[in-house]
Write a protein that binds this ligand. Structure first.
Ligand SMILES: NC(=O)C1=CN([C@@H]2O[C@H](COP(=O)(O)OP(=O)(O)OC[C@H]3O[C@@H](n4cnc5c(N)ncnc54)[C@H](OP(=O)(O)O)[C@@H]3O)[C@@H](O)[C@H]2O)C=CC1
Ligand SMILES: Nc1nc(=O)c2c([nH]1)NC[C@@H]1CN(c3ccc(C(=O)N[C@@H](CCC(=O)O)C(=O)O)cc3)C=[N+]21
Ligand SMILES: [Mg+2]
Length: 285
């Protein structure tokens, strides 16, 4: 294989070490970052992610709580729970795990979380700050992708970045962040004409689609950096990305695997956001 593997797990570890050092400094001041993860219902994938987040909190010495609510929980009831954590100074970050049961509007939930505790970076005010370029809590997966690039020695400045996917949670904010890093950005989606040809223009190609193994060999310009955000569970239980790794890797200059690429970075950036929110809450911005 000619491509360089971008090891998200390893890069994640080194960021976590930096975070841990800062948590230790804060603890000398009697300050401890706190994160609550709210899980409604029993979606099996969500169970795994939530457990991972709680484990990471424990390793880093955060105060953490997993609030499990039954699938029948009403929207108003969930909003009341969020209000309680908004007012609780022991928690600097609030994450409500998606997807939510159909009878709860994701938008109502996102809007209810205090902007100061919005460690997912999904609140409209956080999104606005991101677009304007003001300081904000940035969405974890997009900022994880930027960190992966930077720490692999890939500077987005002046490069053509093509992002496949335009969701509010991943594609759109990632396009904004790449723009902030001075890339020239193209955003593709399900109505894009001639997607393979668009993808082939990319110096940095990001797939955030949710279609297993969609990106093939001839979608990748030789030497391009390929970032696979996709997390797809195949019928046999195995995880796979949106990029056909076997096809893309020989052509790419560097590529992220799934698992072990963007996924671990998402959790690490969540920890970084919680630390940032904690410092801001204590006037240590
Ligand atoms: N690694 C991580 O930490 C995370 C991974 N993920 C994964 O990333 C992937 C994307 O997530 P998310 O953004 O939430 O997904 P969404 O389903 O919300 O959005 C998917 C996007 O891909 C586009 N799309 C769908 N099918 C095609 C196609 N055939 N050709 C071109 N574009 C297409 C859609 O276009 P349109 O807008 O036109 O419908 C849409 O913009 C998923 O696999 C998800 O599991 C998500 C979050 C975190
Ligand atoms: N409010 C909210 N915020 C989120 O950030 C959020 C969410 N809801 N709902 C679901 C998606 C998905 N997501 C992932 C996080 C970590 C991995 C991760 O750690 N993946 C590991 C593998 C994990 C495994 O083996 O299953 C890896 O890629 O190596 C993946 C996906 C966060 N999301
Ligand atoms: Mg989505």
């Amino acid at each position: 294989m000619s491509a360089n593997l971008i090891d998200g797990k390893k890069i994640s570890e080194s960021i976590r070490e930096e975070i841990l050092a800062e948590v230790q400094r804060l603890s000398e001041k009697g300050i401890r970052p706190g994160l609550v993860v709210i899980l409604v219902g029993d979606d099996p994938a969500s169970q795994v992610y939530v457990r991972n987040k709680a484990k990471t909190c424990e390793k880093l010495g955060y105060h953490s709580e997993v609030m499990r609510l039954p699938a029948e929980t009403g929207e108003a009831e969930l909003l009341t729970v969020i209000e309680r954590y908004n007012a609780d100074p022991a928690f600097h970050g609030i994450l409500v795990q998606f997807p939510l049961p159909k009878h709860i509007r994701e938008k109502a939930v996102i809007d209810a979380i205090s902007v100061d505790k919005d460690v997912d970076g999904f609140h409209p005010v956080s999104v606005g700050n991101l677009v304007i370029g003001d300081d904000a809590l940035l969405p974890c997966t997009p900022s994880g992708v930027i960190e992966l690039l930077k720490r692999s020695g890939v500077s987005p400045a002046g490069k053509h970045a093509v992002v496949i996917g335009r969701s509010n949670l991943v594609g759109k904010p990632l396009a904004m962040l790449l723009l902030r890093e001075n890339a020239t950005v193209t955003v593709c989606h399900s109505r894009t004409a001639n997607l393979p040809e668009m993808a082939r223009q990319a110096d940095i190609l990001v797939a955030a689609v949710g279609v297993p193994n969609m990106v093939k060999r001839d979608w990748v310009k030789p030497g391009a950096v390929v970032i696979d955000v996709g997390i797809n569970r195949l019928p046999d239980g195995k995880l796979c990305g949106d990029v056909d790794f076997g096809e893309a890797a020989p052509v790419a200059g560097a590529i992220t695997p799934v698992p072990g690429g963007v996924g671990p970075m998402t959790i690490t950036m969540l920890m970084a956001n919680t630390l940032k929110a904690c410092k801001l809450a204590h006037g240590l911005g």
